[in-house]
Write a protein that binds this ligand. Structure first.
Ligand SMILES: O=C(NCCCCCn1ccc2cnccc21)c1cc(-c2ccc(F)cc2)cc(O)c1O
Ligand SMILES: [Mg+2]
Length: 214
């Protein structure tokens, strides 16, 4: 039977990366995506912007919406302070199976809790299921038409506090126009656009960083 692209990406990690070395896992995936097959990881260029935001925020609690193969999960988790927690949500069970193995290969599984399901179902359950009061950082990288409804849902569930940071991938390509309009026009957010490119291409894309003002 045919392998899937995530399975081939995992094979490249297991072949080329060193167990317990997150940087080598990130490098192996970027090499695979540049030389073999494009895949929708945040990638090396936007990944550096993600790294700098994580280091600046130094979050104790992180929510990632959209795990895919765990590339950004590994980038974030490897930069978290001790005892910090990253909850990552993946809807597609085939992606989740691969992501768990990529996260384990990188040796960051102690900082990561991968949950399978839909954001609309899980966001209201975060506090009761994981004891999380608020998130210091949220990385949005799931269905682009869910960024806005899920942001409003996180506000309603009290999961954002004054100073919580939302970092959104793909605000240009594929694009999240309603989300961008909301965070840029709402008095409750201070937004900043980081211009970059769609992973592994010359097409414009970028990350939008939005601070919740309470
Ligand atoms: O679609 C993208 N990502 C989302 C994948 C599905 C997420 C499903 N999912 C996960 C958690 C979760 C929780 N609740 C509900 C649903 C949930 C994506 C696409 C492109 C892209 C593709 C083709 C092209 F030509 C140009 C760009 C680039 C990216 O960087 C992307 O991120
Ligand atoms: Mg993305």
């Amino acid at each position: 039977t045919q392998s899937t692209r995530p399975q081939r990406l995992l094979g490249a990690v297991q072949k080329n990366a060193t167990r317990g070395d997150p940087r080598s896992v990130v490098q192996a995936i970027d090499q695979f995506c540049r030389q073999k097959e494009w895949a929708m990881n945040v990638g090396d260029e936007k990944g550096c912007i993600l790294d700098s935001v994580v280091s600046e925020v130094n979050p104790a609690t992180v929510l990632e919406l959209g795990t895919y193969c765990g590339y950004s999960t590994v980038r974030i988790a490897s930069r978290l302070p001790p005892h910090a927690k990253l909850i990552t949500l993946e809807f597609n069970p085939d992606f989740a199976v691969v992501a768990r193995q990529v996260i384990a290969w990188a040796g960051v599984e102690d900082k990561v809790h991968l949950v399978e399901g839909a954001s609309g179902d899980w966001i209201p359950k975060m506090t009761e299921q994981f004891g999380v009061k608020t998130f210091d950082l949220v990385f949005l990288d799931h269905w682009k038409d869910r960024y806005l409804p899920d942001t409003k849902l996180m506000e309603e569930c009290g999961l954002l506090r004054k100073g919580s940071i939302l970092l959104a991938d793909n605000v240009i390509c594929p694009g999240t126009p309603d989300y961008l309009e909301y965070v840029r026009s709402s008095a409750r957010y201070e937004s900043q656009y980081f211009k970059s490119h769609l992973e592994y291409t010359k097409v414009e894309d970028g990350l939008e960083k939005s601070v919740f003002l309470g």
